[in-house]
Design a protein around this ligand. Structure first.
Ligand code: NDP
Length: 506
């Protein structure tokens, strides 16, 4: 029997005296699995068990951890289709999209494990003139136990962005998946136990709703990595503030694409449609707004409309994207569509909602003050707005409380780089969309209401560590400035040296 088929039995067995909840297939409503609602005591017990596991994991060192992380990724890589089946059933996305998501997660796992020692390991740094008789050392030490709270939209890739980097940095992890995708979280943790049984408690699971997440924040974790909406992020920060527990905030986005005069319009349209509609638009770095210059606007709209007409939501193998994973998100999309049309916007395609399936929708003429432009829609919708030039497109793209990703299409590499640098976001792809997530060396995270802190890359490894600084005196000096026995004139001599070295700068 495969791991994904075992999920309901495994979960029911671990429920004990706790209440339970069901996770369901968003396309059919069929029950996927039953899970315990871990209460505050159960969460605290799990975190307490994780602390000694974290100490042993840290003591193993980089090389031994790397071996076990390799075994984990090998285990995942041999079961991609099995996990993708489960993702399709519990999250609703097409099997092929689930395969892509899992592939990205495995690649990040490999990168994090392969770069941890070089990024975090002990190194000597220059001691500088004032401490020339000392050797100076820097290393990045694990924090201990990291709590990871994840969303449902990319239930493998998104939490793995924290889990893989936290583990590679030498921490244990307690993972609380979204109540909409607990079976996928359970599968990932069961896979860890199966792949590396000697360090099984290094990655553990707690399941439940928001209250279980809040309990995790209070359970004595050394850092809390949160991915979800800004509204929930605020609650998580407030709870973590009670114990000064540090937080990583990966929140929502309202990402924009700028299409410049000399852009490849066909390529831009293809990228915009994928960026907006794939995963039913439930992508934190999905493209929700396009600002196209007057020179290309009409052609761009025609291309987008033509490509969108070929898309079909559904749950079968041929569907372009699946249902909304969470019923309440359908209501948000409906509200944004109603608001946009009431404000004078017009849907050139789509605009209809059939149960959990939302037609691919392209909106024109939507005022910038509308919810469809200002708030995260998180559905298969796209607003396209004509602007006189790319500079105005950038101004409007940046006029947002959020700033996660974004995209620039331009025929000029220099111009595109300039626009990308000035885009108020953590990541920007030029002449493509979302590409930055597939480059493990690049950090991922937002500005403003999109959050703070970084996963992925060297910054993502350091995010789950504390810098440790050490000095070691190599030779004693005749005059020790940090001593009560220093000569009376030492401070004056020091001031003269400072004047000589730095005083000429004006
Ligand atoms: P939510 O904010 O609703 O939930 C996120 C997680 O927090 C879930 O596991 C949820 O549990 C949990 N949670 C809810 N209430 C609390 C609480 N009071 N204390 C602690 N934890 C709590 O987000 P969604 O799951 O709906 O995910 C969609 C959002 O995530 C979008 O805004 C999207 O943009 C963002 N996102 C950001 C990414 C990034 O990297 N920046 C990547 C992917 C998504 P439960 O589900 O059980 O209620």
């Amino acid at each position: 029997m495969s791991l994904s088929e075992q999920v309901p039995e495994v979960s029911a067995a671990s429920a004990g005296s706790l209440a339970t909840f069901e996770s369901t297939d968003p396309a059919t409503g069929a029950v996927v699995a039953v899970f315990p609602v871990h209460d505050a005591d159960a969460v605290r017990e799990t975190v307490t068990r994780a602390h000694p596991a974290a100490a042993s994991w840290a003591a193993l060192g980089f090389a031994e951890r790397r071996l076990r992380l390799a075994a984990y990724r090998g285990h995942l890589a041999r079961r991609v289709h099995e996990l993708a089946d489960l993702v399709h059933r519990e999250n609703g996305k097409p099997h092929a999209d689930a395969v892509l998501e899992i592939t990205l997660a495995i690649d990040h796992l490999a990168w994090a494990a392969g770069h941890a020692e070089k990024t975090l390991g002990p190194r000597r740094v220059r001691a500088g003139a004032l401490a020339a008789n000392h050797a100076a050392y820097l290393e990045y030490q694990p924090l201990g136990v990291v709590g990871v709270i994840g969303p449902w939209n990319y239930p493998v890739f998104t939490p793995m962005g924290s889990i893989a980097y936290a583990l590679a940095a030498g921490n244990a992890v307690v993972f609380k998946p979204s109540e909409f995708t607990p079976a996928i979280g359970d599968w990932l943790v069961a896979a860890w136990r199966a792949a590396v049984p000697d360090v099984a408690d290094v990655l553990q699971l707690v399941t439940g709703s928001g209250e279980t997440g809040a309990a995790l924040c209070r359970a004595g974790v050394d850092k809390l990595a949160f991915t979800g909406s800004a509204a929930t992020g605020r609650k998580v920060m407030a709870v973590c503030a009670e114990t000064l527990t540090p937080v990583l905030m990966e929140c929502g986005g309202k990402d924009a694409m700028i299409v410049d005069d000399d852009a490849d319009v066909s390529a831009a349209a293809g990228a915009a449609v994928w960026g907006a509609m794939s995963n039913a638009g439930q992508t934190c770095i999905g493209i929700e707004r396009v600002y196209a210059t007057s020179a290309v606007h009409d052609r761009f709209v025609a291309e987008v409309t033509r490509r969108t007409a070929a898309l079909r939501p559904g749950s079968d193998d041929g569907a372009s994207y699946g249902p909304m994973t969470m019923a309440s998100q359908t209501d948000v999309v409906r509200r944004h569509l109603d608001d946009a049309t009431a404000a004078g916007g017009r849907a050139v395609t789509g605009g209809t909602v059939d149960g959990g399936f939302i037609a691919p929708t392209v909106l024109l003429g939507v005022p910038e003050s509308s919810a469809a432009v200002r708030e995260e829609t998180f559905g298969p919708t796209l607003t396209i707005t004509e602007v006189p030039d790319a500079e105005e497109g950038l101004r409007r793209a940046n006029d947002s409380s959020m700033g996660l990703g974004g995209s620039v299409f331009s025929g000029s590499a220099d111009r595109a780089m300039d626009l990308a640098r000035r885009m108020r976001s953590g990541m920007t792809s030029i002449n493509s969309v979302l590409t930055f997530v597939s480059v493990p060396a690049l950090p991922f995270g937002g500005v403003g209401e999109s959050g703070f802190g970084r996963i992925h890359g060297e910054d993502g490894l350091r995010e789950f560590t504390r810098a440790k600084a050490i000095t070691r005196q190599r030779v004693g000096l005749p005059v020790d400035l940090m001593s009560f026995s220093r000569p009376a004139g030492a401070a004056d001599a020091l001031a003269r040296v400072m004047r000589l070295v730095h005083g000429r700068h004006r």
